[in-house]
Design a protein around this ligand. Sequence first.
Ligand code: NAD
Length: 380
Amino acid sequence: MNNFLFYFPVKIKFGIGLWEKLPEEVISFGKRILLVTGKKHLKETGILDKIKSNFENYSFELFIFDEVPPEPPYFIVDQGAKIVNENNIELVVGIGGGSVLDVAKGIAVKCKIPGSIWNYIGADTISNKGIPCILIPTTAGTGSEATRVSVLINPETKEKLSVASDYLYPTLAIVDPYLTLSLPQNYTAYTGIDAFIHALESFLSINNNPLSEAISLKALKLIYNYLPKVYRHGDRIDLREKVLYASTFSGIALTQTGLGAIHALAHPIGVYGNISHGLSCALITLPVLEYNLEVLPREKLILLGRTLGIYSIRSAREKILDKIREFFDTLEIKLGLRNYNITYDSLPLLAKEGLKSRSLRTNPRTLREEELLNLLQRAW
Ligand code: NAD
């Protein structure tokens, strides 16, 4: 076994109804709070109003930054950090999907470093800590509340890349299944698939270790078994909670190990096709997985197979691919990049963009540009 390091500095609180106790959670961090969220869903569900009224009973100054779009551009982080600095904010609270959480954690560090957050794309480029940050997910997907990563888009260059730093871990993650109840059926599937692929790529990563492996397999099994049920019964909080904590588990695992070629290609697919992140992952999964399974050692093949309910090693690779294809079918995912405004001629450009991703470094098989192109062509 290789030596390994497992560092995870996030306090996680999990439970139904915890979001309503937010004022009690923030007391120890200061009085001036920036609440970061998206433009719509928190308002439409009445949750934002309820949070504001809960804060009225306390002597906090609550600033609201509700400008975060899905798949956020880097300059939203710069804008939020400006508000922090102009108003002497002491704590950032992000409540929303992965897009909101990535912006909130970015703001909490950007306010203490010069220049644009885009200058820090890459790993370990930030040299000092930010202000405290609490993250509250409303999708069961990215696991961003448990990762050291903020994924951002540069609209001018059409790049989707990430900043990774231990300073991007939140101080506290409040994970409450109630907040995922309003997630529409299609986003329930897309975000759940993202969590599933995190667990899968973490398990396959060359940096995977015994502890991350246990966490990723647990997450994989939970999502495989429960996401199709949640998809059909989105009002069942007992089902939602399983997929939600599995997505946090996936975040814990992926942040230790890194991801792989599915994520490397999903990012350009998402940007160029304007496709939701989890759906982009689904569209490229089967060709990449088939490629990676060819080098998977027998013991790992057995473990992955068992997690998906396959108990014989005979034709295990084909059976794993079949199980995942069926899983996507139950979630009514239509595969084929051709169905999503991605032209065959654009595939070389997507392969070039995929090559920029750090996720390729932890993929179990080396991939050059021509292999990436080949996988994209098979996914088309
Ligand atoms: P999202 O945050 O983009 O949200 C998708 C849509 O769902 C938005 O319109 C949003 O308003 C809506 N929504 C969110 N929660 C809702 C709810 N409870 N009810 C109703 N509507 C709701 O989607 P996401 O998949 O959570 O996040 C995707 C982003 O996260 C991408 O940019 C992706 O690259 C990034 N990401 C980050 C990490 C990380 O570790 N930081 C990991 C994976 C992905």
